[in-house]
Write a protein that binds this ligand. Structure first.
Ligand SMILES: CCCCCCCCCCCCCCCCCCCCCCCCCCCC(=O)SCCNC(=O)CCNC(=O)[C@H](O)C(C)(C)COP(=O)(O)OP(=O)(O)OC[C@H]1O[C@@H](n2cnc3c(N)ncnc32)[C@H](O)[C@@H]1OP(=O)(O)O
Ligand code: NDP
Length: 515
């Protein structure tokens, strides 16, 4: 019998960010392994013209929840969406809902965050720091609370090279930052942002670090744990391999590679690609929830959910496997054949951006214009190059994360729990995982049918022929221009022609002699 699954049975659980990538995988696993849990409250905001119920309906009707609906047919009765916007004071939760939440909740999983790298500091502070503080204040009024699990990121201290499972101080106290965001205007915030974030690359990592300090300060009297995943990728095993539903992290770049948009990227091939599958993160999160509630460690434990020190993979291995899979099972309607390389200097990056990214985009847009269609490729390309520039920091460095707490937690699990809530990445086969990831991107993100693969292969063959024809035509044009304008080129041309004709006559003469 699984101790963890039994622990969540009969519990009332509050999840923030349940409509996000990790939140959905977390909810799915909870229902699948503890179908007897009492209720899951989720804080949801109405979005894109959908009501809360419609958003829940959409999640439950996705492929991710197929198994859950078999195991727990009344799953829809066990999800209680609560209208809440974490940007608002008190989250805009109604009085009745708040009372129910406060009186019933046993466990809180705080996943909601803005994960955008370019968010304005005011917004990132509001969501990643102030909202965390408010949620902790609510949690402190929950009489039945057994554990509060906060999702942070392994990159919250990415300004350091070696990162321990401890909370590091920031130069300015989070409370001062929260206060100042209330009265400073946007222009001044823009001006001080680089100074505040210091040697971190963006407002995301900075505000996640502030969020951790808030958790430590405000949750001193609660059972709290912090999970720090690295780069979360598609699922490894559960509920099935390769599930992913957003473009964050590597997923967007896998699409760009498979569709032939991305041809060169500035990366350090041997730097560690610290990916971690979403289901591994969720298993560790649930195990940490159990451990925190049952064993009540004296201090707030931080768990690094990373792969680099236990089972390292580098960007070269990942890139090559992405390309190999895209060749084996191509994406539909590719712009160019998937073929990419790493660049290592600014100069070569600029060069390949001009030659392999911008030039083909311009040519294709001209073609679209000439055929009466709206040009769109250059816009897409600029967006891709902007995204790459934001991710570059993370693919040109390696970090070392210590994982003592994570390994300790693994050792505390029964053999049954180690199997059911497996977060031991040493067992992960990277080549298999990356192949499934690429296939998952194709099926679940791009919604492409595997039946279309032969046609996609045919399309790639056509692109290859166009590529050859284009290169031959380009060569001839350049050569013709050189001959017309440059004596040296004409001399070389005369030399090549006379050499070829001599070779041919020698070949003819020698074959006549043999006869
Ligand atoms: C010898 C031979 C060698 C051969 C070598 C082979 C080489 C092969 C190379 C091939 C490589 C294959 C791929 C592997 C490379 C992987 C690199 C992965 C790097 C990942 C690093 C991540 C580090 C993360 C560290 C921290 C982790 C976390 O804690 S949080 C989670 C991470 N968060 C994110 O990823 C968010 C990032 N996104 C953003 O910040 C923003 O979206 C943006 C700034 C990137 C864009 O903002 P913008 O306002 O312009 O756009 P937005 O409104 O958001 O979206 C507009 C449209 O763009 C789409 N979109 C969004 N994000 C992405 C994305 N990441 N990639 C692509 N497209 C994206 C979005 O859906 C919108 O589309 P439309 O709706 O159609 O308009
Ligand atoms: N993905 C990754 O690579 C990593 C993620 N993490 C951490 O894991 C956690 C979950 O990340 P992930 O699932 O990928 O993120 P997503 O962007 O997929 O999900 C974010 C969630 O937060 C919710 N949210 C955002 N703003 C608000 C708001 N104002 N009010 C209510 N809800 C809001 C979103 O709701 P809505 O659907 O309405 O937008 C969504 O449910 C985050 O804390 C993140 O920092 C850590 C390391 C890596």
């Amino acid at each position: 019998m699984s101790m963890i699954a039994a622990f969540y049975g009969g519990k009332s659980i509050l999840i923030t960010g349940a409509t996000g990538f990790l939140g959905k995988v977390l909810m799915e696993k909870l229902f699948r392994t503890s179908p007897d849990l009492k209720i899951i409250y989720i804080l949801v905001r109405p979005k894109a013209g959908q009501t809360l119920q419609q958003r829940v309906f959409q999640i439950l009707n996705s492929k991710l929840f197929e198994k859950v609906k078999e195991i727990c047919p009344n799953v829809h009765e066990k999800i209680r969406p609560i209208s809440a916007d974490l940007n608002q004071h008190d989250f805009g939760i109604s009085k009745e809902d708040l009372e129910e939440l406060l009186s019933s909740t046993n466990i809180v999983f705080h996943c909601a965050a803005t994960v955008r790298f370019d968010d304005h500091l005011r917004h990132a502070v509001q969501l990643n720091v102030t909202a965390t503080q408010q949620l902790l204040s609510m949690a402190s009024q929950m009489p039945k609370l057994e554990a509060f699990i906060h999702l942070s990121t392994a990159f919250s201290n990415c300004n350091l090279k070696h990162i321990d499972e401890v909370i590091y101080p920031c130069s300015v106290e989070p409370k001062k930052i929260i206060d100042s965001m209330e009265w400073l205007d946007d222009a001044i915030i823009d001006e001080i942002t680089p100074k505040l974030i210091g040697d971190r690359p963006n407002t995301y990592t900075y505000t996640k670090a502030l969020g951790e300090i808030v958790v430590q300060q405000e949750g001193a009297n609660m059972n709290i744990a912090i999970i720090r995943p690295s780069i979360v990728g598609a699922t490894w095993q559960e509920p099935f391999p390769g599930w992913v539903d957003n473009l964050n992290g590597p997923s967007g770049l896998i699409i760009a590679t498979g569709k032939g948009f991305l041809r060169a990227i500035k990366a350090t091939p041997m730097a560690i690609a610290d990916l971690i599958p979403a289901d591994t993160v969720v298993n560790l999160t649930l195990a940490a929830g159990w451990y925190t509630a049952v064993h009540r460690p004296k201090s707030t434990l931080i768990y690094h959910c990373t792969s680099g020190n236990l089972n390292p993979c580098n960007w070269l291995k990942m890139g090559l496997q992405v390309l190999a899979t895209c060749e084996k099972v191509p994406f539909e309607k590719a712009f160019r054949r998937p073929k990419a390389d790493f660049t290592t200097t600014r100069f070569t990056t600029h060069y390949w951006n001009a030659v392999s990214h911008r030039a083909p985009a311009i040519i294709y847009d001209i073609y679209l214009r000439l055929t009466g269609r709206k040009p769109r490729v250059m816009k897409l390309m600029n967006r891709l190059l902007r995204t790459i520039s934001m991710l570059e920091y993370f693919i040109n460095r390696s970090w070392e994360w210590s994982t003592h707490n994570t390994e300790m937690l693994m050792s505390m699990l029964s053999p049954e729990d180690q199997r059911m809530f497996n977060f031991d990445v040493r067992q992960l086969n990277w080549l298999e995982y990356i192949e499934n990831y690429v296939l998952g991107v194709k099926k679940y993100l791009l919604k492409e049918d595997m039946a279309g693969v032969p046609e996609a292969r045919q399309h790639l063959r056509r692109l290859r022929n166009i590529h050859y024809l284009f290169n031959i035509a380009l060569f001839l044009i350049i050569w013709r221009l050189l001959i017309a304008r440059w004596q040296m080129a004409r001399n070389v041309w005369v030399f090549i022609v006379s050499f070829c004709s001599k070779f041919l006559s020698y070949f003819r003469a020698s074959s006549t002699l043999k006869l």
